[in-house]
Write a protein that binds this ligand. Sequence first.
Ligand code: PMP
Ligand code: GLN
Length: 409
Amino acid sequence: MTTHAQPAARNSTSPWARAALGANLLGSDGRLGITIFEEVTALAQKHAAINLGQGFPDEDGPREILDAARSAIADGANQYAPGQGLAVLRHAIAAHQARFYGLTVDPQTEVIVSTGATESIAAAILAFAGPGDEVLTFEPFYDSYGAVIGLSGATHTTAPLRAPDFQPDAAALEAAFSERTRIVVVNNPHNPTGSVFSRASLELVVRLAERHGAIIVTDEVYEHLTFGVPHLPVATLPGAAERTLTISSAGKTFSVTGWKVGWLSGPADLVAQVRTVKTFLTYTSGTPFQGAVALGLGLPDAFFSSAAATLRKKRDLLGEGLRAAGFEVFEPEGTFFTMVDAAPLGIDDATDLARRLPELIGVAAIPVAMFCHEDGAERTRSLLRFAFCKKFDVIEEGARRLGTLRARV
Ligand code: PMP
Ligand code: GLN
């Protein structure tokens, strides 16, 4: 059997190399590596560790939507859906935006269904940014943003989110915009920091985007997972709607990350352009899951509030364990994730720790530096991200094991 080694990416200008560099996917030998999420999950499996790394729930979502997907397959919903998504789901997305946020979205022209939020992010960036443009994200940033900006040929610029509250810094944000900024990507609630951006921060993003003629791409996949603070969609702010593409996903809200059903909504002219790119990325997305997600979006308010309330208890449980283990804990207001500083334990290289942790104590976590470019990686060198979207007893056992770390480093 012949194996084909990946060519070295550093110094290469090919799209795959730009994608790999954009998402920090280079191994130390300069060849394409796997994502940090895959790497950490593989390490967790190898050492039978508790996986508090990759953000996926370890319990299924609501029974009725699982049953609906099964029935859809049994009933023959197994061929291509329309490119923009099944009408039932587009209508459910529009109804969801109206019900929770008072937003009016036309299900015919202002919504598309995608293969996870990931595809919407990719299609939106590829639709509007190219060589000579800048795409601005906050830093730390979710890995796929860096990869797709790399693919697009645009330049990735960043504005830092700093400890302890990880809110946008007004002056740094303003300075990060330029006349070449084509897109500003917002991720709120924010992965990996768990911060929920203030109204003032979001209003500033809108003002700056307006001033520079930039499109706002807002990734709100954790919209229903906030703890005691409301979620404020960017599109609801004055001046935002005409330039904002809002992205979400069923994965987090309904604990079905493997279904890969996401969506994007915004002004018809922008959505039409994103749709063209989506058509040639995947054409259409998983038919039998779409009706089931539509059902989920229509569940009563109690479902959404109790999912967030349960997750909040898990956050608290993990937070207690992390504090007891000696970490400095940054309490998240949303998402699946708690960020900690390992410096109080005398650990300054969290990437090295994350690679050793599964074998050392049987727990896996993600180093925050992997969500950053060089300067940001230096700033976040001792930070780790732990996921708390796991069963209570799993979190308890994880916390117990973390309590043994101090004696071993
Ligand atoms: N955006 C953020 C901020 C995420 O954390 C994730 C990962 N779950 C995604 C997008 C990807 O979502 P999906 O699995 O629906 O593609
Ligand atoms: N969004 C999840 C996380 O941040 C998983 C992403 C992935 O595996 N690509 O952990």
